[in-house]
Ligand binder design. Structure first.
Ligand code: ZN
Length: 59
């Protein structure tokens, strides 16, 4: 048995999920959520960079 550090549930197995540069161990449920969130984070980061790019060009 292992304990998921994200949701504090006891689970059979933990899975490793790569988030950004780090790898975290968590249960399957949290892993699914984390993968989705990291995809969203990457997408929004790109948007922020674009916005900053526009600002920079405008002055
Ligand atoms: Zn969990």
């Amino acid at each position: 048995m292992a304990t998921c550090k994200v949701c504090d549930d006891e689970v059979e197995t933990l899975v490793s999920v790569k988030i950004g540069y780090k790898t975290k161990k968590m249960c399957e449920d949290c892993a699914d959520r984390a993968r989705e969130e990291s995809e969203v984070a990457e997408a929004s980061e790109a948007v922020v960079q674009q916005m900053m790019g526009f600002k920079g060009r405008r002055g």
